[in-house]
Design a protein around this ligand. Structure first.
Ligand code: NDP
Length: 419
């Protein structure tokens, strides 16, 4: 049915690629293109003979929009899946626009160099006007809406688990369960243990930037920002047990606040163990999480990038990680004039993921929805020109695909609510 250019070949991409190859009727041909071509070739070798999908590979620097456009012209895909890093979102979107090809990704744009004065000017204004200070936000990608509409192509933003599946859950709850949603609590629990004192489950640089930033939530039409890790709750997660979780800023809050009519409060919580928090605080205190380059023995280095080189590669955690993830949304609202609560969630087992695709559950729970988002666009089930997030499409085919492709959802009408 389709031909897809997949950019990136890290932890998440390697799951998405394997899931595309399980779904050859839709993904007839794929090109895996990344900065390190050897990784693409190694994955192709692993998959060849086990899939009907025809796989080619290429080297690409996705920071170079002309190079991406040239690769698109050469390969002529129906869709580009960006599973590199958020730093490349805008260059790849530009290249898709220049070539008239659909686009999708798993995380919204943030700049690699947060000291860039041109970016800072826009960022400082946004902090003042919007009231949250995370480095990432949707405004950069939403700015392409009109151009994508006029070109008759679609950009699907953030089709991972969170963002991604969590927004499909919200659209599903609004379509089938509630007349009006009042509050949404997104709970992301990783009950897995990899045995290291400190490691991150996806790209360390992106992960540490996210969790060390101030937390924020949406309430009564505006953002409330609080110091990092200052709001803690304990929750008893199905199949995982009791865990401490902390309020974080998260990108889907921004789009859900616009797209769920009348919603009064949206919060996001993620579980962290004490060892992770102690290490992170210490690294932050000594300046290791900084994104500003420093001169070390005559060479410029970015502290957080140096730290990344020291930490275990998230892709190597697969064989070591045991336990389960539980990610979902708790809703309150009204149905037929009555107050109602509802919980939609997925439980995913790290070792089962490793057995299937050689990865831990964080890469799996992101890579599977990336494949499903691409499938929605390729099959025309989601088809409207412009730039959209997941909750702006019909959730039904996506929710059906989650059950079929490895992330079945569970529901409860009587969840314990978060204080
Ligand atoms: P990794 O660091 O494991 O992989 C990133 C890949 O992108 C690597 O193959 C890397 O190449 C490649 N890459 C980086 N820069 C470039 C470039 N300039 N040109 C071409 N290729 C490049 O990251 P993850 O797989 O952990 O994360 C991938 C994405 O998924 C990120 O955007 C992350 O934020 C997102 N994510 C989303 C989640 C969700 O639920 N929505 C959850 C987790 C992650 P090389 O091998 O040379 O380093």
């Amino acid at each position: 049915m389709g031909r897809v250019l997949i950019i990136g070949c890290g932890g998440v991409a390697s799951v998405a690629i394997q899931k595309c190859c399980q779904n050859s009727a839709v993904f007839e041909e794929i090109m895996i293109a990344s900065r390190t071509k050897e990784k693409c070739d190694a994955l192709r070798e692993k998959l060849e003979g086990r899939t009907d999908t025809k796989i080619t590979t290429a080297r690409i620097d996705a920071d170079d929009k002309d190079a991406v456009a040239a690769l698109i012209q050469q390969y002529k895909p129906d869709l580009v899946m960006n599973i590199a890093l958020p730093y490349q979102d805008l260059t790849i979107m530009e290249a898709c626009l220049a070539c008239g090809v659909n686009y999708m990704d798993t995380a919204n744009y943030e700049p690699e160099d947060t000291s860039d004065p041109a970016w800072r000017a826009v960022y400082d204004r946004r902090c003042r006007e919007e009231g949250f200070s995370a480095y990432f936000d949707y405004s950069w990608q939403w700015a392409y809406r009109k151009k994508f509409e006029e070109a008759g192509i679609t950009a699907l933003l953030g089709s991972g688990f969170d963002p991604g599946v969590t927004q499909a859950y919200c659209a599903y709850a609004l379509k089938h369960v509630f007349d009006e949603i009042e509050t949404i609590d997104i709970l992301d629990c990783n009950g897995g243990d990899h045995g290291y004192a400190f490691a991150t489950n996806f790209n360390p640089e992106i992960n540490l930037r996210e969790v060390s930033a101030p937390g924020s939530y949406w309430e009564n039409g505006h953002w409330v920002e609080v110091p990092a890790m200052s709001i803690r709750r304990t929750y008893d997660f199905d199949q995982v047990g009791r865990k401490d979780m902390y309020l974080l800023h998260h990108e889907e809050i921004e789009s859900l606040a616009k797209n769920i009519p009348g919603v009064k409060r949206i919060r996001f919580f993620m579980t962290f163990g004490q060892s992770y928090l102690d290490h992170m605080r210490c690294l932050e205190d000594v300046g290791m999480l900084s994104t500003t380059p420093i001169l070390y023995e005559g060479k410029e280095i970015v502290p957080i990038q140096f730290l990344k080189a020291l930490l275990p590669d998230p892709a190597s955690l697969g064989p070591r990680t045991k336990g389960k993830t539980n990610i979902g949304c708790i809703f309150t609202g009204k149905k037929d004039g009555k107050q109602k609560t509802y919980y939609l969630y997925n439980v995913c087992d790290h070792q089962a993921c490793y057995k299937e695709v050689g990865s831990q559950a964080i890469s799996y729970t992101t890579g599977v929805p990336a494949m499903i988002g691409a499938m929605m666009l390729l099959t025309g089930k989601w088809n409207k020109p412009g730039v959209y997030t997941v909750e702006e499409f019909d959730p039904d085919p996506y929710m059906e695909a989650l059950n079929r492709w490895g992330l079945p959802w569970q529901e409860s009408d009587k969840p314990v609510l978060v204080e």
